[in-house]
Design a protein around this ligand. Sequence first.
Ligand code: F3S
Length: 394
Amino acid sequence: MYLTKEEEKMLNGEMGEVQERMFRLLVRLGDIYNADKMIPVGSVQVAGVSYKSIGDPGTEFLEDISSKNTKVKVLTYLNPAGMDLENWNEIGFPKNFAKNQLKIINSFKKMGIVITSTCTPYLAGNLPRFREHIAWSESSAVSFSNSVIGARTNREGGPSALAAAICGKTANYGLHLWENRQPNIKIKLETELCYNSDFGALGYLVGKIVKNKIPYFTGIDNADTDQLKSLGAAMAASGAVALYHIDGLTPESDLVNKNDLETIHIGKKELIDTYSKLNSNEKPDIVIFGCPHASLREISSISEKLNGKKLKKPIWICTSRLMKEASDRMGYTDIIKKAGGQIVADTCMVVSPIEQMGFNKTGVNSGKAANYLPGFCKQKVIFNNIDELIEASV
Ligand code: F3S
C-alpha cells in the first residue's frame, strides 16, 4: 500500500507509541483487503462503549491509551453507553455498573471524543455529506450514512474506528470504492408499508435472505428518514447489510447498475409471517421504543399517543441527549412522564443491562432490537407496531 511521508512517520513510531499502534492496525486491515492507499476521514463514530459490551478488558485498554495524552484528530462521536449518563440512579441502573460505565466515558472524553452516546449521530450534529469518506462503526448508522446520505464507510469495529479517529485516516477498500457499491440483488416489494415496524420487519426479512449483499429495492414509493433508519438497522442486524438502494429515494439509486439482477418478491404474507416469527405473544413487562435512537418526530408522536393515558407497564423511549433536551423544551417529556413512561437518553434496550433490572419480556417496534434482545439480554420479545404496544401497556 502506498503511504505518504507523514504516514511512514506514524508507522515508524515518530508520532508516538499510541499512533504507531493504531496506524499499524489500519495498515494491517488495508493489506488484508488490498487497499491501495490511506484516505482521510471526515468523521468517526466509535462503538464498544457500554460496559456490558466491553467489560473490564475494554475499560483497561481505554484507560491505558487515554492516559498517554492521546487525542483524536477528527470529529468523533460515541455509540450508546450502557445507561443514561445523567439520570441512571433515578431510572434504576445498578450502581456498580454505573461506576464502571463512567470510567469508560471518562477515558473517551480525555481523548477528545464527543460524549454523544447515540447510534443516530446524523440527527445529533454529525452529518456527513454525499460521498464523504467516514469511519463509523455502529451498524445502523453505517447503513444510514451509506444508503440514505450517500457517504462512504465500511462497518468499522470498535478498535479500527478508534484507530481512524486517532490517525484521522482509514484504508481505501470496501464501500469506499464506487465499484463495491453496486447492488447485487433486487427486492420487489408488493405490499404497502405503514408503521415504522413494517419497515423493521421488511429489513429483518431481507437481511436474512440477502446476507451481506447490497439490495436494490423497488416498490417503496415513499419513506421518511425514521422509516429508512428502521429498515437499514434491521437489515444490518439480521444480514450484515451495510448499504442498500431504493429506486427513486436514495441518492445513488439512479447512478448504480441495476440490470440483470436476481429478483426476490416480498408481499403481505411474508411480512405477516415475519411479525409472527419475531413475536413471542407474551405480555411485555416493559415496552422500549427508540432503536435506532428516536428522532424528535418519533418522540413527539409517542407523546401524542400517550397524552392522557395511564400506563400499567413502563415505556422507555431511548434517544440521544440532544433529542431529549428538545423534547424537554417542547413539553413532550412531561406528557410521557405523566403517563408513566420515560425518556432514557445515552443508551438503549440492547446495550443496557435490562436483564439485571428485572425485565424479562420486552416489547419493541424495531426489527434490530427484536433480532438482538433474546441473545444479548435474555429477553422474550414482543414485536409489534407502536399502537399495539401502547395498547399492551395501558
Ligand atoms: Fe441503536 Fe441500540 Fe438499536 S445502539 S440501533 S438503539 S440496538
